[in-house]
Design a protein around this ligand. Sequence first.
Ligand SMILES: [Zn+2]
Length: 400
Amino acid sequence: MLPVSKNYSGYRSYEYLRAGVDYQDFELCREIDRVPAYAGLTLGDAQRARVERLLTESIVISLHEHPVVMPEDVTQLVDLIRTGRDRTGFEGLARSGMTAVFDNFMDGTSCVTSLAGWKWTDVIADLGLRFSDIAHQDYVVHATSVRDIRAAKENGRLALVAGLEAATMIENELDRIDILYGFGVRQMGIAYSEANGLGSGLKEDRDGGLTKFGQAAVERMNRLGMAIDISHSGDLTSMDVIRHSTVPVFITHAGSRTVWNSKRMKPDEVIKACAERGGVIGIEAAPHTTLSAAHPRHSLDSVMDHFTHLVDLVGIEHVAFGPDTLFGDHVALHEMFSGSMSTGDRRDNHPRVEYVDGLENPAECFWNIVGWLVARDYSDDEIRAVVGENVLRVLDQVWI
Ligand SMILES: [Zn+2]
């Protein structure tokens, strides 16, 4: 983990309001040192200096996170979500080394009953409340263009890109995509676990592919310049989206089904098709997802088994990272929402972990990823490509 950015003033979420008076207060998790620091890397002084230099000099982009802070008592999470006031983890982000983070605003209040069924008004409230908070400080900037990301790098700020896990809340109204774009959303998934008007998600037994409305939605996202994510889409729906989109699409957070055979991972055929059209796959690290036979106890090593496989499969220029972490107990969160998710989790086949060692939260991810790459002598150019430049190349084509 890096030292705190000198540009972070210590701002805490919603501190311009009165906690407990203007909004409901919760005791929150620690953003730093909630779990022990990762001990799996043995770097010499020169290697540590190289990690720090690479993180400081490079444009570092996470394709998928939830950089918000959970309540200390996870049973209060639903209550916090109902308020719509997710707490951005400014302190942890200020030590992450990231230039840009794709923040997925999945917490519409109706996710209490179904993660796939966010209501339109909930999403608008979530976006407005978060951006109001972000507007009251100057370390994190809401980014809507590649220019904004480059400016954040130059100014020592962190660019936050708004994304949505799925397009379910647009129902069957194409213009809602424009409205989301107008509110600053720059990346959206097609379907989450359950099918919607666009296509099928991973939970479905049968995948109907991209619907006619889904085709129109993909076309609208192409015309608007909104990046498309197929991480949670079914295999057939994913292939249809790749073929139908006129620009590359992202798999922002997944891994390879060849490395770990679960539904939540992507078949190599989908990954190859995505890369052939110029797309990039961000490697996932949420608990019990990107496991491997060699490392069935989920840790940085399991996640990097997906990395090496994908580099062999499609080339390093199509690989990135979307660790999908948050500040708090992610395993407990999964337990609470297990009915709505599609982790394809084979509980009987691998040891359960309390957290993913090395990739537990947004503050530590890129230090450990770059450390792992430095320890194995990847070149500066290769490291810069996978931690940011590959994503920037796609964004240059997509965000018109
Ligand atoms: Zn997701």
